[in-house]
Design a protein around this ligand. Structure first.
Ligand code: MF3
Ligand code: CO
Length: 290
């Protein structure tokens, strides 16, 4: 590379000179690529302006889930949750990302007990004491995407279900401890898988997390049954979700044939999921939505 090129503006759009911005980054990427690693293409690496946009989107995302957390209770329908998420999101000037996404009819996913994910809110589904529910909320603000989900326990739930919800939440922390610049997504995936199995649970294989930020679902696809030292390199500026689905019984799942969306456990045992959105930074990570 010539002296001229090194003094040109960086490809990331920061406005800084290349040599002062992503020059060392590119050298490291190239070394990893020649050693056979999967490295992120440039379009996945977010610059400061994009990160700021995603942070603002994530604030709305968090506000919608906070509203759900304050109001969810036995006796309400999942349609009411959909309405809350729609109202909070649109009042903030944002759009619920699921609405009309590939034909999805609602603003949020609500998945109860043996529903693994992508449950469709309905007037006919009334929350009952003892259920566990995942509320998965995704937001678009000014073209920037955010995505996170939480579990809620409705009234008193059984110790077995409570433990599933808590272990699943802790699995995110276990996964996060592996998120560091220049590590591999498989470091995170294996840590979550090992932790779930140590606790007697299984991890869904077919559905995973994803890159996110300028689109709802970007590369890479993120597995939580992957192996240490494999999958994409976590380069600084990469944004992705950690959202393992952990089953009390077997890892087998199926999709509801009638609605085409709702995913269930094959054995009818409960499944739990928490989701956060993380940015890989120069010295670790930043949680964007949770
Ligand atoms: N939040 C889900 C995800 O992480 C979105 C599923 S697409 C939907 O991928 F249409 F069901 F919302
Ligand atoms: Co997601």
């Amino acid at each position: 590379m010539s002296h001229f090129d090194r003094n040109q503006p960086c490809w990331c759009g920061s406005g800084k000179k290349y040599k002062k911005c992503h020059c060392a980054f590119d050298e490291r990427i190239e070394a990893l690529r020649s050693a056979g690693a999967i490295v992120p293409p440039r379009e996945l690496i977010k610059n400061e302006d994009q990160i700021e946009g995603i942070r603002r989107s994530a604030k709305v995302n968090i506000a919608a889930l906070d509203y759900v957390a304050e109001h969810i209770r036995p006796g309400i329908t999942t349609q009411e949750i959909d309405r809350w998420v729609y109202d909070v999101t649109t009042r903030c000037g944002a759009i619920p990302a699921p609405l009309n996404y590939e034909g999805f009819p609602k603003s949020v996913c609500t998945s109860i007990d043996d529903q693994v994910c992508h449950g469709i809110p309905s007037e006919d589904v009334v929350l009952e004491e003892g259920q566990i529910i995942n509320v998965d909320c995704s937001t678009i603000l000014d073209g920037f995407f955010s995505d996170s989900s939480r579990m809620f326990m409705i009234g008193e739930v059984s110790p077995e279900k409570r433990r599933l919800v808590e272990v699943t939440k802790r699995s995110l922390e276990v996964g996060l401890s592996q998120v560091k610049p220049w590590g591999y997504l498989g470091d995170m995936g294996q840590a979550i898988h090992d932790f779930a199995r140590e606790n007697g649970y299984s991890v869904v294989r077919e559905i995973g997390g994803h890159g996110i930020g300028l689109a709802f679902h970007e590369e890479p696809w993120v597995s939580y049954v992957s192996k240490r030292g494999t999958e994409m390199v976590m380069a600084p500026g990469l944004v992705f979700t950690i959202e393992p689905m952990i089953n009390m019984g077997s890892d087998e799942i199926f999709v509801d044939e009638d609605d085409g969306w709702t995913v269930y456990t094959e054995d009818g045992l409960p499944s739990a999921q928490w989701e956060i959105q993380v940015l890989v930074t120069e010295d670790g990570y930043e949680i964007l939505s949770y």
